[in-house]
Design a protein around this ligand. Structure first.
Ligand code: CA2
Length: 152
């Protein structure tokens, strides 16, 4: 089983500013947490970060051939990108949305999530731990799906 974790713009800068919103941990800490969680679950993990919408769309398209599920924090593109929504819908892989901060309690423009319509569920406001929760959720879901396919 392979889980692709996608991070959108500026998440590579985690830890350098706004610790009251995003915490003090860095992007490297986040990558470590994701890889550790993958190890605990016994799954292959790829972590991808880009500041460019088209690169994220391309990565989702490649995942069709290469991954079983997607964990995605599209960052600011959450609130703007129909292209990322369409890419997730096009590949049809199970996807889970993550936000480090509680976007529901922030500015009104952060209340809109285009990608949510293509995601199984969202983990919001749990800090970096939300990624681990999302990976566990996806792992359980993928196992259930393969069991259902075997039962047929
Ligand atoms: O809470 C989240 O995970 C967000 O997806 C983070 C995005 C924001 O645009 C979304 O509304 C919610 C921002 C990502 C990184 O922003 C930084 C800001 C300051 C310092 C470092 C990173």
């Amino acid at each position: 089983m392979k889980i692709l974790v996608i991070n959108g713009p500026n998440l590579n800068l985690l830890g350098i500013r706004e610790p009251e919103i995003y915490g003090k941990k860095t992007y490297a800490d986040l990558v470590d947490l994701i890889n550790e969680t993958g190890g605990e679950l016994g799954v292959e993990v790829e972590v991808f970060q880009s500041n460019h919408e088209g690169d994220i769309v391309d990565k989702i398209g490649e995942a069709y051939y290469d991954a079983d599920g997607i964990v995605i924090n599209p960052a600011a593109y959450t609130h703007t990108s129909v292209a990322i929504l369409d890419a997730l819908k096009a590949v049809g892989l199970p996807a889970v949305e993550v936000h480090i901060s509680d976007v529901s309690k922030r500015e009104s423009f952060r209340q809109i999530s285009y990608v949510r319509a293509a995601c199984e569920t969202s983990f919001v406001g749990l800090g970096l731990e939300g990624y681990a929760e999302a990976m566990r959720f996806l792992y359980d879901l993928l196992n259930k799906k393969s069991q259902t396919a075997l039962d047929k």
